[in-house]
Design a protein around this ligand. Structure first.
Ligand code: UGA
Length: 439
Protein backbone atom coordinates (compact mmCIF):
# COMPACT_ATOMS: atom_id res chain seq x y z
CA UNK A 1 0.00 0.00 0.00
CA UNK A 2 1.12 3.58 -0.57
CA UNK A 3 0.91 5.40 2.72
CA UNK A 4 2.04 8.67 4.22
CA UNK A 5 2.82 9.57 7.78
CA UNK A 6 2.56 13.27 8.53
CA UNK A 7 4.83 14.10 11.46
CA UNK A 8 8.19 12.35 11.83
CA UNK A 9 8.58 12.42 15.59
CA UNK A 10 8.80 9.33 17.80
CA UNK A 11 5.46 7.89 16.79
CA UNK A 12 5.56 8.91 13.13
CA UNK A 13 9.09 7.70 12.50
CA UNK A 14 8.66 4.34 14.21
CA UNK A 15 5.28 3.78 12.54
CA UNK A 16 6.62 4.76 9.11
CA UNK A 17 9.73 2.58 9.38
CA UNK A 18 7.70 -0.41 10.62
CA UNK A 19 5.04 -0.11 7.88
CA UNK A 20 7.88 0.05 5.34
CA UNK A 21 9.44 -3.05 6.89
CA UNK A 22 6.09 -4.80 6.34
CA UNK A 23 6.46 -4.10 2.60
CA UNK A 24 4.50 -0.88 2.15
CA UNK A 25 5.73 2.19 0.32
CA UNK A 26 5.88 4.89 2.98
CA UNK A 27 6.42 8.64 2.75
CA UNK A 28 7.35 10.28 6.06
CA UNK A 29 6.63 14.00 6.15
CA UNK A 30 7.78 16.73 8.53
CA UNK A 31 7.75 20.51 8.31
CA UNK A 32 11.20 20.63 9.93
CA UNK A 33 13.47 20.76 6.85
CA UNK A 34 16.63 20.08 8.81
CA UNK A 35 15.10 16.92 10.31
CA UNK A 36 14.07 15.71 6.84
CA UNK A 37 17.52 16.40 5.38
CA UNK A 38 19.11 14.51 8.30
CA UNK A 39 16.72 11.58 7.92
CA UNK A 40 17.57 11.35 4.22
CA UNK A 41 21.20 10.95 5.28
CA UNK A 42 20.28 8.30 7.87
CA UNK A 43 20.68 10.64 10.86
CA UNK A 44 17.97 9.78 13.39
CA UNK A 45 17.01 12.59 15.80
CA UNK A 46 16.18 10.24 18.69
CA UNK A 47 17.72 7.19 20.34
CA UNK A 48 15.39 4.23 19.93
CA UNK A 49 16.87 0.72 19.83
CA UNK A 50 16.79 -0.75 16.29
CA UNK A 51 15.31 2.34 14.62
CA UNK A 52 18.47 3.51 12.84
CA UNK A 53 18.95 0.11 11.21
CA UNK A 54 15.27 -0.15 10.24
CA UNK A 55 15.30 3.31 8.64
CA UNK A 56 18.58 2.60 6.80
CA UNK A 57 17.39 -0.75 5.49
CA UNK A 58 14.05 0.52 4.21
CA UNK A 59 15.49 3.72 2.76
CA UNK A 60 17.94 1.59 0.81
CA UNK A 61 15.13 -0.59 -0.50
CA UNK A 62 13.28 2.59 -1.52
CA UNK A 63 10.26 1.66 0.59
CA UNK A 64 10.79 4.62 2.91
CA UNK A 65 11.25 8.19 1.74
CA UNK A 66 11.32 11.53 3.50
CA UNK A 67 9.91 14.85 2.36
CA UNK A 68 8.76 18.18 3.73
CA UNK A 69 6.02 18.45 1.12
CA UNK A 70 2.59 17.42 2.42
CA UNK A 71 1.32 18.11 -1.09
CA UNK A 72 3.49 15.40 -2.70
CA UNK A 73 2.71 12.93 0.07
CA UNK A 74 -1.06 13.45 -0.16
CA UNK A 75 -0.91 13.10 -3.93
CA UNK A 76 0.91 9.77 -3.77
CA UNK A 77 -0.87 8.04 -0.88
CA UNK A 78 -4.29 6.54 -0.37
CA UNK A 79 -3.88 6.17 3.39
CA UNK A 80 -2.56 9.15 5.36
CA UNK A 81 -1.67 8.90 9.04
CA UNK A 82 -1.57 12.06 11.14
CA UNK A 83 1.19 11.69 13.74
CA UNK A 84 1.95 15.29 14.68
CA UNK A 85 2.45 16.43 18.28
CA UNK A 86 -0.43 17.37 20.56
CA UNK A 87 1.41 19.22 23.37
CA UNK A 88 -0.23 20.57 26.51
CA UNK A 89 -1.51 24.15 26.59
CA UNK A 90 -1.23 26.23 29.78
CA UNK A 91 -4.77 25.25 30.81
CA UNK A 92 -4.01 21.52 30.47
CA UNK A 93 -5.86 21.13 27.15
CA UNK A 94 -4.23 19.34 24.22
CA UNK A 95 -3.03 21.80 21.59
CA UNK A 96 -4.68 20.58 18.38
CA UNK A 97 -3.41 23.31 16.06
CA UNK A 98 -1.00 20.83 14.41
CA UNK A 99 -3.83 18.36 13.71
CA UNK A 100 -6.08 21.10 12.31
CA UNK A 101 -3.31 22.40 10.11
CA UNK A 102 -2.54 18.96 8.67
CA UNK A 103 -6.26 18.23 8.10
CA UNK A 104 -6.58 21.49 6.16
CA UNK A 105 -3.49 20.73 4.08
CA UNK A 106 -4.73 17.24 3.27
CA UNK A 107 -8.09 18.68 2.18
CA UNK A 108 -6.48 21.24 -0.11
CA UNK A 109 -4.20 18.68 -1.77
CA UNK A 110 -6.51 15.67 -2.11
CA UNK A 111 -6.88 14.46 -5.70
CA UNK A 112 -9.06 11.38 -5.07
CA UNK A 113 -10.40 9.16 -2.26
CA UNK A 114 -8.21 9.28 0.85
CA UNK A 115 -8.36 7.53 4.21
CA UNK A 116 -7.15 9.92 6.90
CA UNK A 117 -6.11 8.17 10.11
CA UNK A 118 -5.51 9.81 13.49
CA UNK A 119 -2.39 8.26 15.01
CA UNK A 120 -1.57 11.11 17.41
CA UNK A 121 -3.14 10.90 20.85
CA UNK A 122 -6.15 13.19 20.72
CA UNK A 123 -9.16 13.98 22.92
CA UNK A 124 -12.41 12.21 22.11
CA UNK A 125 -14.36 13.88 19.28
CA UNK A 126 -11.25 15.15 17.48
CA UNK A 127 -12.20 12.87 14.56
CA UNK A 128 -15.41 14.87 14.18
CA UNK A 129 -13.39 18.06 13.91
CA UNK A 130 -10.98 16.53 11.40
CA UNK A 131 -13.94 15.50 9.23
CA UNK A 132 -15.50 18.93 9.58
CA UNK A 133 -12.22 20.66 8.66
CA UNK A 134 -11.67 18.52 5.58
CA UNK A 135 -15.24 19.17 4.39
CA UNK A 136 -14.70 22.89 4.90
CA UNK A 137 -11.48 23.08 2.85
CA UNK A 138 -11.91 20.38 0.22
CA UNK A 139 -11.88 21.86 -3.28
CA UNK A 140 -13.89 19.32 -5.27
CA UNK A 141 -16.48 16.68 -4.39
CA UNK A 142 -14.03 13.99 -3.35
CA UNK A 143 -14.91 11.09 -1.08
CA UNK A 144 -12.82 10.46 2.03
CA UNK A 145 -12.91 8.59 5.33
CA UNK A 146 -11.54 9.47 8.74
CA UNK A 147 -10.38 6.75 11.16
CA UNK A 148 -8.70 6.52 14.54
CA UNK A 149 -5.83 4.09 15.07
CA UNK A 150 -4.10 4.97 18.36
CA UNK A 151 -0.59 3.76 19.07
CA UNK A 152 0.53 1.86 22.16
CA UNK A 153 4.28 2.11 21.59
CA UNK A 154 6.57 2.46 24.57
CA UNK A 155 9.76 4.42 24.09
CA UNK A 156 12.72 2.08 24.32
CA UNK A 157 10.76 -0.89 22.93
CA UNK A 158 8.68 0.86 20.27
CA UNK A 159 9.64 -1.37 17.33
CA UNK A 160 8.92 -4.54 19.22
CA UNK A 161 5.62 -3.06 20.44
CA UNK A 162 4.66 -2.23 16.85
CA UNK A 163 5.56 -5.65 15.50
CA UNK A 164 4.06 -7.63 18.41
CA UNK A 165 1.10 -5.62 19.72
CA UNK A 166 -1.27 -6.88 22.42
CA UNK A 167 -4.05 -5.50 20.22
CA UNK A 168 -4.62 -3.09 17.38
CA UNK A 169 -7.44 -0.59 17.82
CA UNK A 170 -9.20 0.53 14.67
CA UNK A 171 -11.97 3.14 14.93
CA UNK A 172 -13.87 3.44 11.65
CA UNK A 173 -17.19 4.50 10.14
CA UNK A 174 -17.17 2.71 6.79
CA UNK A 175 -16.45 -0.76 5.47
CA UNK A 176 -13.93 0.68 3.02
CA UNK A 177 -11.89 2.27 5.80
CA UNK A 178 -12.13 -0.84 7.93
CA UNK A 179 -10.97 -3.13 5.08
CA UNK A 180 -8.00 -0.90 4.28
CA UNK A 181 -6.73 -0.78 7.85
CA UNK A 182 -7.37 -4.47 8.49
CA UNK A 183 -5.38 -5.24 5.33
CA UNK A 184 -2.53 -2.96 6.31
CA UNK A 185 -2.12 -4.70 9.68
CA UNK A 186 -2.74 -8.24 8.37
CA UNK A 187 0.96 -9.26 8.37
CA UNK A 188 1.12 -8.70 12.15
CA UNK A 189 -1.54 -11.34 12.77
CA UNK A 190 -2.66 -9.46 15.90
CA UNK A 191 -5.95 -9.21 17.79
CA UNK A 192 -8.05 -6.43 16.33
CA UNK A 193 -10.48 -4.26 18.28
CA UNK A 194 -12.75 -2.59 15.76
CA UNK A 195 -14.88 0.24 17.14
CA UNK A 196 -16.34 3.56 16.16
CA UNK A 197 -13.98 6.54 16.05
CA UNK A 198 -14.94 8.01 19.43
CA UNK A 199 -14.46 4.70 21.26
CA UNK A 200 -11.02 4.31 19.67
CA UNK A 201 -10.04 7.82 20.75
CA UNK A 202 -11.22 7.06 24.27
CA UNK A 203 -9.42 3.71 24.41
CA UNK A 204 -6.12 5.55 24.06
CA UNK A 205 -6.73 8.16 26.77
CA UNK A 206 -8.32 5.59 29.07
CA UNK A 207 -5.39 3.15 28.65
CA UNK A 208 -2.70 5.71 29.47
CA UNK A 209 -4.76 7.10 32.35
CA UNK A 210 -5.28 3.60 33.76
CA UNK A 211 -1.57 2.74 33.55
CA UNK A 212 -0.69 6.03 35.29
CA UNK A 213 -3.30 5.18 37.95
CA UNK A 214 -1.65 1.82 38.58
CA UNK A 215 1.71 3.56 39.09
CA UNK A 216 0.31 6.21 41.45
CA UNK A 217 -1.60 3.52 43.35
CA UNK A 218 1.55 1.51 44.04
CA UNK A 219 3.44 4.72 44.87
CA UNK A 220 0.78 5.54 47.48
CA UNK A 221 1.14 2.01 48.86
CA UNK A 222 4.93 2.54 49.02
CA UNK A 223 4.39 5.34 51.54
CA UNK A 224 2.36 3.08 53.81
CA UNK A 225 5.07 0.42 53.45
CA UNK A 226 7.71 2.89 54.63
CA UNK A 227 5.61 3.78 57.66
CA UNK A 228 5.10 0.20 58.84
CA UNK A 229 8.32 -1.47 57.67
CA UNK A 230 6.74 -3.53 54.88
CA UNK A 231 8.31 -4.04 51.43
CA UNK A 232 6.38 -2.65 48.44
CA UNK A 233 8.06 -5.18 46.12
CA UNK A 234 6.54 -8.01 48.11
CA UNK A 235 3.16 -6.27 48.22
CA UNK A 236 3.24 -5.67 44.43
CA UNK A 237 4.18 -9.29 43.79
CA UNK A 238 1.41 -10.56 46.04
CA UNK A 239 -1.14 -8.27 44.36
CA UNK A 240 0.10 -8.71 40.81
CA UNK A 241 -0.06 -12.49 40.75
CA UNK A 242 -3.83 -12.09 40.92
CA UNK A 243 -4.54 -12.24 37.19
CA UNK A 244 -7.23 -9.60 37.53
CA UNK A 245 -4.53 -7.14 38.67
CA UNK A 246 -1.37 -8.23 36.81
CA UNK A 247 2.27 -7.64 37.72
CA UNK A 248 3.13 -4.90 35.23
CA UNK A 249 3.13 -1.20 36.07
CA UNK A 250 3.35 -1.87 39.79
CA UNK A 251 6.91 -0.61 40.21
CA UNK A 252 7.00 2.07 42.88
CA UNK A 253 9.66 4.75 42.53
CA UNK A 254 10.32 8.38 41.77
CA UNK A 255 7.10 8.72 39.73
CA UNK A 256 6.22 8.51 36.07
CA UNK A 257 7.49 10.96 33.45
CA UNK A 258 7.84 11.10 29.69
CA UNK A 259 5.96 12.83 26.94
CA UNK A 260 2.80 10.72 27.23
CA UNK A 261 1.38 10.09 30.70
CA UNK A 262 1.70 13.65 32.09
CA UNK A 263 0.37 15.21 28.86
CA UNK A 264 -2.41 12.68 28.29
CA UNK A 265 -3.62 12.87 31.88
CA UNK A 266 -3.90 16.65 31.65
CA UNK A 267 -5.75 16.39 28.35
CA UNK A 268 -8.11 13.69 29.65
CA UNK A 269 -8.91 15.64 32.82
CA UNK A 270 -9.59 18.76 30.72
CA UNK A 271 -11.75 17.11 28.05
CA UNK A 272 -13.73 15.32 30.78
CA UNK A 273 -14.34 18.66 32.47
CA UNK A 274 -15.48 20.15 29.15
CA UNK A 275 -17.88 17.26 28.74
CA UNK A 276 -19.27 17.91 32.23
CA UNK A 277 -17.40 15.30 34.30
CA UNK A 278 -15.00 16.14 37.10
CA UNK A 279 -12.42 13.33 36.88
CA UNK A 280 -11.25 13.55 40.52
CA UNK A 281 -9.57 10.16 40.39
CA UNK A 282 -7.13 11.33 37.71
CA UNK A 283 -6.46 14.57 39.57
CA UNK A 284 -5.38 12.46 42.55
CA UNK A 285 -3.20 10.28 40.30
CA UNK A 286 -1.45 13.40 39.06
CA UNK A 287 -0.96 14.81 42.58
CA UNK A 288 0.44 11.56 43.93
CA UNK A 289 2.93 11.54 41.05
CA UNK A 290 4.12 15.07 41.83
CA UNK A 291 4.44 14.23 45.55
CA UNK A 292 6.50 11.16 44.72
CA UNK A 293 9.35 13.26 43.30
CA UNK A 294 9.40 15.33 46.51
CA UNK A 295 9.26 12.12 48.52
CA UNK A 296 12.56 10.94 47.03
CA UNK A 297 14.07 14.38 47.62
CA UNK A 298 12.89 14.24 51.24
CA UNK A 299 14.63 10.89 51.69
CA UNK A 300 17.92 12.54 50.69
CA UNK A 301 17.34 15.46 53.06
CA UNK A 302 16.25 13.20 55.91
CA UNK A 303 19.67 11.60 55.71
CA UNK A 304 21.97 14.47 54.82
CA UNK A 305 20.08 17.32 56.54
CA UNK A 306 21.57 20.49 54.99
CA UNK A 307 22.31 20.03 51.27
CA UNK A 308 24.36 23.17 50.75
CA UNK A 309 27.90 22.17 49.72
CA UNK A 310 27.06 18.46 49.85
CA UNK A 311 27.67 16.41 46.71
CA UNK A 312 24.87 14.21 45.42
CA UNK A 313 25.68 11.57 42.80
CA UNK A 314 22.79 10.89 40.44
CA UNK A 315 22.58 7.86 38.14
CA UNK A 316 20.10 8.29 35.31
CA UNK A 317 18.60 11.27 33.51
CA UNK A 318 16.19 9.85 30.92
CA UNK A 319 12.57 9.39 32.05
CA UNK A 320 13.04 5.63 31.69
CA UNK A 321 15.80 3.30 30.46
CA UNK A 322 16.69 2.67 26.78
CA UNK A 323 15.84 6.15 25.61
CA UNK A 324 17.51 9.55 25.54
CA UNK A 325 14.17 11.27 26.19
CA UNK A 326 14.25 13.55 29.21
CA UNK A 327 10.79 15.09 28.88
CA UNK A 328 9.13 15.33 32.32
CA UNK A 329 11.87 13.09 33.74
CA UNK A 330 11.67 12.84 37.54
CA UNK A 331 15.49 12.99 37.62
CA UNK A 332 15.49 16.55 36.28
CA UNK A 333 12.92 17.73 38.82
CA UNK A 334 15.02 16.26 41.62
CA UNK A 335 18.29 17.68 40.23
CA UNK A 336 16.74 21.15 39.97
CA UNK A 337 15.45 20.96 43.55
CA UNK A 338 18.87 19.77 44.80
CA UNK A 339 20.58 22.57 42.87
CA UNK A 340 18.29 25.20 44.37
CA UNK A 341 19.26 23.98 47.86
CA UNK A 342 22.91 24.60 46.99
CA UNK A 343 23.98 20.98 46.48
CA UNK A 344 26.70 20.02 44.02
CA UNK A 345 25.55 17.29 41.65
CA UNK A 346 27.53 14.66 39.77
CA UNK A 347 25.47 12.88 37.15
CA UNK A 348 25.72 10.20 34.48
CA UNK A 349 23.33 8.65 31.96
CA UNK A 350 24.20 6.21 29.15
CA UNK A 351 22.25 8.18 26.49
CA UNK A 352 20.61 11.34 27.78
CA UNK A 353 23.50 13.60 28.84
CA UNK A 354 23.40 15.83 25.74
CA UNK A 355 19.64 16.41 25.97
CA UNK A 356 19.85 17.01 29.74
CA UNK A 357 22.67 19.52 29.26
CA UNK A 358 20.53 21.45 26.79
CA UNK A 359 17.50 21.35 29.10
CA UNK A 360 19.41 22.41 32.21
CA UNK A 361 21.19 25.19 30.33
CA UNK A 362 18.07 27.29 30.83
CA UNK A 363 18.49 26.91 34.59
CA UNK A 364 21.77 28.78 35.08
CA UNK A 365 22.03 28.58 38.91
CA UNK A 366 21.40 24.81 38.81
CA UNK A 367 23.64 23.89 35.90
CA UNK A 368 26.57 25.71 37.49
CA UNK A 369 26.59 23.03 40.20
CA UNK A 370 26.18 20.02 37.89
CA UNK A 371 29.10 17.91 36.71
CA UNK A 372 28.31 15.52 33.86
CA UNK A 373 30.43 12.40 34.34
CA UNK A 374 31.69 9.76 31.91
CA UNK A 375 30.47 6.78 33.93
CA UNK A 376 28.82 5.66 37.18
CA UNK A 377 32.10 5.41 39.11
CA UNK A 378 33.07 8.99 38.31
CA UNK A 379 29.67 9.99 39.73
CA UNK A 380 30.42 8.15 42.97
CA UNK A 381 33.82 9.80 43.51
CA UNK A 382 33.48 12.08 46.54
CA UNK A 383 29.67 12.02 46.64
CA UNK A 384 27.86 12.16 49.99
CA UNK A 385 25.14 9.93 48.63
CA UNK A 386 24.20 8.06 45.45
CA UNK A 387 20.70 8.47 44.00
CA UNK A 388 19.31 6.06 41.40
CA UNK A 389 16.90 8.08 39.26
CA UNK A 390 16.52 5.78 36.21
CA UNK A 391 16.75 1.98 36.17
CA UNK A 392 19.27 1.46 33.33
CA UNK A 393 20.56 -2.14 33.30
CA UNK A 394 24.18 -1.08 33.69
CA UNK A 395 23.36 0.49 37.09
CA UNK A 396 22.15 -2.90 38.29
CA UNK A 397 25.57 -4.42 37.72
CA UNK A 398 27.86 -1.99 39.55
CA UNK A 399 30.93 -3.15 41.48
CA UNK A 400 29.71 -2.13 44.94
CA UNK A 401 33.06 -2.63 46.63
CA UNK A 402 34.44 0.01 44.26
CA UNK A 403 31.34 2.20 44.72
CA UNK A 404 31.78 2.12 48.49
CA UNK A 405 35.43 3.13 48.25
CA UNK A 406 34.59 6.05 45.96
CA UNK A 407 31.65 7.47 47.93
CA UNK A 408 32.33 9.86 50.79
CA UNK A 409 29.50 8.18 52.69
CA UNK A 410 28.09 4.74 51.77
CA UNK A 411 24.52 5.98 51.35
CA UNK A 412 22.32 4.79 48.47
CA UNK A 413 18.88 6.28 47.80
CA UNK A 414 17.33 3.85 45.34
CA UNK A 415 14.63 5.89 43.58
CA UNK A 416 13.75 2.93 41.31
CA UNK A 417 14.04 0.02 43.76
CA UNK A 418 16.60 -1.85 41.64
CA UNK A 419 18.81 -3.19 44.42
CA UNK A 420 18.52 -5.87 47.05
CA UNK A 421 18.57 -4.01 50.40
CA UNK A 422 19.96 -7.03 52.26
CA UNK A 423 22.92 -7.38 49.91
CA UNK A 424 23.81 -3.69 50.14
CA UNK A 425 23.40 -3.57 53.90
CA UNK A 426 25.71 -6.57 54.19
CA UNK A 427 28.32 -4.64 52.21
CA UNK A 428 28.05 -1.80 54.71
CA UNK A 429 25.77 0.60 52.81
CA UNK A 430 22.88 2.54 54.25
CA UNK A 431 20.17 1.60 51.76
CA UNK A 432 16.98 3.66 51.35
CA UNK A 433 14.49 2.52 48.72
CA UNK A 434 10.95 3.68 47.98
CA UNK A 435 8.58 1.68 50.14
CA UNK A 436 11.22 -0.83 51.22
CA UNK A 437 10.41 -0.33 54.87
CA UNK A 438 13.08 2.09 55.94
CA UNK A 439 11.79 5.50 54.93
C1 UGA B 1 3.40 5.04 27.43
C2 UGA B 1 2.53 3.78 27.28
O1 UGA B 1 3.09 2.71 28.04
C3 UGA B 1 2.43 3.36 25.81
O2 UGA B 1 1.53 2.26 25.68
C4 UGA B 1 1.88 4.54 25.01
O3 UGA B 1 1.80 4.23 23.63
C5 UGA B 1 2.79 5.74 25.18
O4 UGA B 1 2.87 6.07 26.59
C6 UGA B 1 2.20 6.89 24.41
O5 UGA B 1 1.10 7.32 24.75
O6 UGA B 1 2.77 7.28 23.38
P1 UGA B 1 6.05 5.52 27.49
O7 UGA B 1 5.68 6.89 27.96
O8 UGA B 1 7.03 5.38 26.39
O9 UGA B 1 4.72 4.72 27.00
O10 UGA B 1 6.67 4.73 28.72
P2 UGA B 1 6.17 3.71 29.85
O11 UGA B 1 6.97 2.49 29.76
O12 UGA B 1 4.70 3.57 29.84
O13 UGA B 1 6.63 4.49 31.17
C7 UGA B 1 6.09 5.75 31.52
C8 UGA B 1 6.64 6.22 32.84
O14 UGA B 1 6.10 5.43 33.91
C9 UGA B 1 8.15 6.12 32.99
O15 UGA B 1 8.63 7.29 33.62
C10 UGA B 1 8.37 4.92 33.88
O16 UGA B 1 9.54 5.02 34.65
C11 UGA B 1 7.14 5.00 34.78
N1 UGA B 1 6.75 3.71 35.35
C12 UGA B 1 6.33 2.69 34.55
C13 UGA B 1 6.78 3.54 36.73
O17 UGA B 1 7.16 4.47 37.50
N2 UGA B 1 6.39 2.34 37.27
C14 UGA B 1 5.96 1.31 36.49
O18 UGA B 1 5.61 0.25 37.04
C15 UGA B 1 5.94 1.48 35.09
Amino acid sequence: MNISIIGSGYVGLVTGACFAELGNKVICVDNDNKKIEDLKKGIIPIYEPGLKELVANNTKKKRLIFTSSIKDAVKESEVIFIAVGTPTLNNGEADLTGIENVARNIAINMTGYRLIVEKSTVPVETGEWVKHTILNYIKHKIKFDVASNPEFLREGSAINDFMHPDRIVIGVESKKARDKLVNLYKPLNASLVITNIKSAELIKHASNAYLATKISFINAISKICDKVDADVLEVAQGMGLDQRIGLSFLNAGAGYGGSCFPKDLDAFITISEKLGYNFELLKAVKNINEEQKNYVLKKIKDNLWILKDKTIGVLGLSFKPNTDDIRNASSLNIIKALGLEGARIRVYDPQAIQKAKEALQKDKPVVAGVKFCKDSYEVCRGSDCLLIATEWNEFKELDFVKVKKLLKRPLIIDGRNIYDPKMLKKLGFTYIGVGRGNG
